[in-house]
Ligand binder design. Structure first.
Ligand SMILES: [Zn+2]
Length: 117
């Protein structure tokens, strides 16, 4: 995915959040600071999780494409690409994100890994 496309997706998404929250505020002129935070935080958290997911997924295959390829952390032999697998991770603020990662298996020792990235 191209950087520019990502930025466009995110700005569309953040615009929706801003409008949504501004609309909510107009309907809740008496809202307390806590209530405002409670409305805003989950939305921003969702945007953050989306950005992390997109950023992580967009860099994922770079290492596989490099000349030296990906090597096994156990024995140093070259890994054979075994397609993609999904990985569910939690962000620091507890949002669940789904990463799609290339998965590799070592021909020498049979170790299966997700390369870092
Ligand atoms: Zn190995």
């Amino acid at each position: 995915m191209k950087g520019k496309q990502l930025a466009e997706d995110w700005s569309g998404l953040s615009e929706e959040i801003m409008e949504d929250v501004a609309g909510w505020r107009a309907q809740h002129p008496q809202a307390t600071l806590r209530e405002i935070e409670a409305e805003l935080d989950p939305r921003l958290s969702g945007l953050r999780a989306r950005m992390i997911t997109d950023l992580a997924n967009s860099g994922a295959s770079a290492e596989w494409e490099s000349a030296q390829g990906v090597v096994c952390p156990e024995c140093g032999a070259k890994l054979i690409k075994k397609g993609k697998k999904k990985r569910i991770l939690l962000t620091r603020d507890g949002q669940m994100i789904e990463l799609v990662r290339d998965y590799g298996v070592c021909v020498a020792c049979g170790q299966g890994i997700f390369p870092p990235g």
